[in-house]
Design a protein around this ligand. Structure first.
Ligand code: ZN
Length: 489
């Protein structure tokens, strides 16, 4: 069974029905990714590695290995710290169990496990996460001043190896991180974590940090570019990255300062998805009453730029009671026909909406749900200009890990968005700022917007079941039970 999926792209997916374990694992992977894209040492290594792979260049391979080794301890300690901290925030029991296993593992000794546990036992994990203190020391350790190296030896492995060993305080990230971690432990004995600044750490350790900004990044990459040219090495990957950094504003730069909100943002890039197909799939040739009686019809329009594909849309009818899905590949006329005949809930992707109403105006009289399957920050771009005037919103639990936001769109359709609970931190702020107007429920349990009469609850529950891939006749109790509507003010 698949529980988590992660690639180095923008978003990671975790199974929405079996989420718990994987959140901490994905966070672990995410931290490696963050370090790799946000610090000078790892970024230089990334360029060398990518170029080496393309050219099969032995010299570059050697240096890249040397560099990876030089931040291996840091990389793991830092990822393990975040993983442990997040577990300790959510459940003491689970944390104890994880620690017991962790102590038995090789990682414990190799990656300074004892130090992580000491720091976590004496300080509030949430504060440690929110101040990003471990993130900050990892970044300081990784921001090595490459301009202090001899230009002609930048690609000379023996020289780089010697520098890392002999000038470890300046060039060895593992060593720098260890010094910082030890100092942090001491500083935390007498200081609140909220008061510990980067300057304090640098002063206490006597280390220097190469400032993280666009200019310094470009300076270092240009040094390598010159060196590549002298040694006749392909510069295309370097140039591509130099260009992309040049085109990034300082604000959005990958070296952007880490803020308190980062903790929630991490979870925002982890999306809940049913990674296992829980429904039984059918591929009928044509639509019948059985399909038209299903609760939800989901439509995915094909990109019309792709002429080689002969069908116009994929239509899936969901029987949320039995857990059956009927998948049809249809042309435009059949789709129009289905829309006319189908009287329950139609779910489409928000991105398809304009094309949909222009090609099938009949859809305006139907119950439409506009799914936005994206991070909360991306969702905002989609819905912010298209919300109804009253911004009516309700929040519903999918299960105890996942929640759904239903919000009115200006043409009386409904946006559907869903996130792991941790993202609630980003949304609460927007509720306070009245971006959403959470609708209250009267004595009869109705809100007159979403629940207009007392049978309307099924609509939202069916939509949730379809997105989460759960169904009512789940005899084996494979899934956690569906949650309820929740009130946040
Ligand atoms: Zn790892």
């Amino acid at each position: 069974m698949i529980k988590g999926k992660y690639d180095l792209g923008e978003v990671g997916f975790v199974d929405c029905n079996f989420a718990y374990n994987d959140i901490s694992n994905i966070l672990h992977e995410y931290m490696h990714h963050k370090l790799g894209t946000s610090t000078i040492f790892a970024f230089v290594n990334f360029i060398l590695e990518q170029t080496e792979i393309g050219l099969n260049n032995e010299d570059l391979k050697k240096i890249s290995r040397t560099m990876q080794k030089a931040y291996l301890v840091l990389n793991e300690n830092y990822a393990l710290f975040h993983q442990l901290a997040i577990i300790s925030c959510s459940s003491k029991d689970r944390y104890e169990r994880f620690v017991t296993e962790f102590k038995k593992s090789e990682n414990y000794a190799i990656y300074h496990g004892k130090k992580i546990l000491n720091i976590l036992s004496k300080n509030n994990a949430k504060d440690l996460l929110e101040t990003n203190i471990i993130n900050r020391i990892a970044f300081i350790a990784m921001n090595i001043d490459f301009t202090k190296l001899s230009e002609k030896d930048l690609l000379n492995n023996e020289y780089i190896e010697a520098k890392i060993i002999e000038n470890s305080k300046d060039f060895d990230p593992n060593e720098r991180y260890t010094i910082l971690l030890k100092s942090l432990e001491k500083l935390l004995n007498h200081n609140d974590v909220n008061n510990i600044t980067d300057d304090m750490l640098l002063k206490y350790t006597g280390l220097q940090s190469f400032e993280r900004n666009k200019e310094n990044f470009l300076k270092v990459l240009n040094l390598y570019k010159k060196r590549f040219e002298v040694q006749n090495i392909d510069t295309s990957i370097l140039i591509k990255n130099i260009e992309s950094i040049k085109n990034t504003s300082e604000d959005n730069f990958i070296l952007e300062e880490v803020s308190k909100k980062d903790v929630y943002k991490i979870f925002d890039i982890i999306r809940p998805m049913p990674l296992n197909n829980n429904y039984e799939e059918f591929f009928p040739n044509k639509v019948t009453e059985e399909h038209l009686n299903c609760g939800v019809m989901r439509v995915l329009l094909r990109d019309n730029k792709n002429y080689s594909i002969e069908f116009y849309a994929i239509v899936v009818f969901y029987d949320v009671i039995l857990g059956h899905e009927y998948r049809l590949f249809v042309d435009k006329n059949s789709l129009r026909d289905m829309i006319v005949k189908f009287n329950k809930l139609i779910m489409i992707y928000c991105e398809d909406y304009n094309r949909f109403i222009s090609e099938f105006p009949i859809i305006k009289s139907k119950n439409i749900f506009l799914e936005i399957n994206n991070t909360y920050s991306k969702c905002k771009e989609f819905f912010i200009n298209d919300m109804s005037e009253g911004r009516e919103t309700m929040i519903h639990e999918g299960n105890d890990r996942v929640f759904f936001i239903f919000s009115k769109q200006k043409e009386d359709n409904i946006f559907v968005m869903y996130f792991f609970k941790e993202v609630m931190g980003l949304i609460k702020k927007d509720i306070e700022d009245k971006l959403f107007n959470i609708i209250s429920v009267d004595d009869e349990g109705l809100d007159r917007e979403f629940y207009k009469n007392n049978t309307d609850w099924w609509k939202y529950e069916d939509i949730i079941r379809v997105i989460m891939g759960t169904y009512i006749m789940d005899d084996e109790h494979k899934f956690p039970t569906l949650g309820r509507r929740i009130n946040i003010k």
